[in-house]
Every structure is written in C-alpha cells, then in structure tokens.
Design a protein around this ligand. Sequence first.
Ligand code: HEM
Ligand code: 7WG
Length: 285
Amino acid sequence: YFYSNETTPSWKKVNYNSVYKDIAGLLEDEDYDDGSYGPVFVRLAWHASGTYDKKTRTGGSDGGTIRHPAEAGHGANNGLEHARDRLEPLKKQYPNISYADLYTLAGVVAVQELGGPTVRWRPGREDKTEADCTPDGRLPDASQGADHVRDIFYRMGFNDQEIAALVGAHALGRCHTSRSGFEGPWNASPTSFTNFFYTELLNNTWVPKKWNGPFQYVDKQSGQFMMLPADMAFKKDSEFRKYVEKYAADQDAFFEDFAKAFAKLLELGVKFPEDAPVYEFKTLE
Ligand code: HEM
Ligand SMILES: Nc1ncc(C2CC2)[nH]1
C-alpha cells in the first residue's frame, strides 16, 4: 500500500458554513454599542488587512498578526480587542481555523448579515508569529485629507474608485472617544449596511464640532451625525466626489463595488492554496 506522507492541511478540516453561522450568532448584543458587534468586526477585518504594502509585499491579513500586542497596540487598533475577544471562543471551538481566516471571515459575515452585499471569501491564510507584525503607521490617519488617504491606499494597490467604495463602510458603527478620540454616534442606522455615508456626506451641511476633542464635523441640522476630516476629503476632492455622487444615487452600484473592493482588501498579499475554494455564503438574515 502507498502511504501519502501529505497530512491534510488544517484549513481543510474546517466547516466554514458552520463557522459563518456561529459568527452570525455573535453579532447581536444589546449591551454593546448600538446593539451589534458587526461594525467592530468589519473594522477588525479591515485593520488586519490594511497594513499591506504592495512594494515590499509585507503586511495584509495573512498571519493574523493583528492579534499580537506589537500590532494590536498601535493607536489605530484601539478598541479592536472587543472584536478579538468576542471571537476568541470560536478559535477554541474550531481549533483548525487560523486567526487570519477567522478575523477576515468575521468581516464578511458582518457585512452580509447587516444587510450588505455578498462578499466572496477564501480560506487558507496561515497564522504567523509576532516577528511578522508590521510597523505602525500603515493605516490611515483620520485627521488628514485626500493626499494622505491616497498615499495609504495606493500603497495597498487600490485606485480612487476602490478607495471611495471602501469608505462607505463608515455607514456602520460609531467613533469612540476612548479609542480614536473622535466622537460620534452615527444615528441614521449604525447597524445596517447602507449607502448612507454618501447620501449624508452630500446632503448635509457639515460644520466644525465645538468641543475640546480632535477636529471633526457635525451636521448642522440635527447635530447627530459626524464626519472625520478624512471623510470630508471624499466630498472636497473632485475625483473622489465623482464616486460619492454615484454611490449616493445608486445603492446597487455601491454594493457591487464595495463587495469587490472589500474581497480584494481581505486577500491582499495572501498566497492561497491552489485548491482553496471561493465561498459565496448564503446570508442568514
Ligand atoms: C479612509 C480612511 C479611513 C479612516 C481615516 C478611518 C478612520 C476611522 C476612525 C477614526 C474610526 C473610529 C474608531 C473608533 O473610535 O472606534 C473608524 C471607524 C470605523 N471604520 Fe474607518 N477609517 C477609514 C476607512 C475605513 C474602511 C476602508 C473601512 C472598511 C471597509 C472602515 C470601517 C470602519 C468601521 C466599520 C468603523 C466603526 C467601528 C465601530 O463601530 O467600532 N473604515 N474609522
Ligand atoms: N462618518 C463616519 N466616519 C467614521 C465613522 C465611524 C464609523 C462610525 N462615521
């Protein structure tokens, strides 16, 4: 008899449909923020992936390095322990899943279960040690404008259209003074994935918030919505504004473009196994 000395790789031992269902079960919690872990799961998946540098081919979601203090401790990642801690029991339940796959999958589940588009996702990322953590400074600084946003996202390999589609995720969740220093309930519907970031950005009159915190905007009419300086860049910069107007007018176009760009973000720099399947999970909601 011939024995293959190939053992089955860990990622092949996981039932991802079951993991999807269990992550979906973690979303709702009336005691957390606006009642859902969805927004902070999306932010975890994005920050785990947005460290990628296409020139040096370092960073990205592979390795799950955002779980290591060296990276978790970066200012931009303040508060993401809430997402990682909520997901930790699933790592115990599914020991063969990598943190890198778990964190990115959680972002996909959140987008879909909060009413967003279907986001394609592949397993096969492998966890790496603290040695592979990326240096600070790879994620965007909310107090800066369009030039900085382009520097950060061009480095990852995105164009203006993709950048404008990705920022639409700011329809979800809120800013926390204890995390980024910015303040801002997002009253429209922080736990629904919509194109409201674009419609609010264009339709509201934004004025500087009068407070002692970092410079940010508040909508003049209700005083309930907020925009970061970096958000405002998408209205001020004519190239970005083109897409803001398109997505404000056409939610389907936003969903289609977001799904593509988010899938690309979560796969930056990852060398997947040849036989890794592409999942299009059925949304449970
Ligand atoms: C354009 C550059 C971006 C900047 C400067 C930026 C900055 C920020 C800041 C300062 C916060 C508040 C964090 C807190 O205090 O909890 C935030 C929240 C958030 N960001 Fe971004 N972000 C950017 C792009 C993105 C992208 C590309 C995504 C996903 C595709 C994203 C998803 C989110 C989500 C879902 C939240 C809410 C998190 C929560 O409710 O806990 N952001 N962002
Ligand atoms: N407009 C806006 N910029 C950032 C946010 C945080 C996600 C909630 N909201």
